[in-house]
Design a binder for this molecule. Structure first.
Ligand code: ZN
Length: 114
């Protein structure tokens, strides 16, 4: 039997570091990574919601946020985003995603958002 993972709420994902799981304080700086998906992947069902992203190299799933199709982020080519507690976590996640985009089916590119 497959273990059923509880889907987190969008607010929860937005206030939790995707990399280390630390809670992000409201007043603290929020770092984010914006990712571009491969054109053939349809993520429309995740719009304004959280989307699980399987990281094969880590053997785990982390949660991302998909902005609505008509948002500025999407127009700028950021199809989904990861929130992070620090630049350090951002660097480590980006490194992982850079490997993932070579072997995975979802990610085309990943970049820092400041
Ligand atoms: Zn972190």
């Amino acid at each position: 039997m497959k273990l059923k993972r509880k889907k987190p709420k969008i607010k929860q994902v937005m206030t939790t570091c995707s990399w280390c799981g630390l809670k992000i304080k409201d007043e603290g700086p929020i770092y984010a990574l914006g990712c571009k998906k491969r054109p053939e992947v349809d993520i429309s069902k995740y719009e304004s919601k959280v989307m699980p992203v399987k990281i094969s190299t880590l053997g785990k799933t982390i949660w991302s946020i998909v902005p609505p199709a008509d948002s500025d982020a999407r127009r700028e080519g950021k199809d989904f985003m990861f929130t992070l507690c620090s630049e350090d976590c951002g660097d480590q996640l980006k490194e992982t995603l850079d490997i993932e985009k070579e072997i995975g089916e979802l990610i085309l590119s990943a970049e820092h958002i400041y």
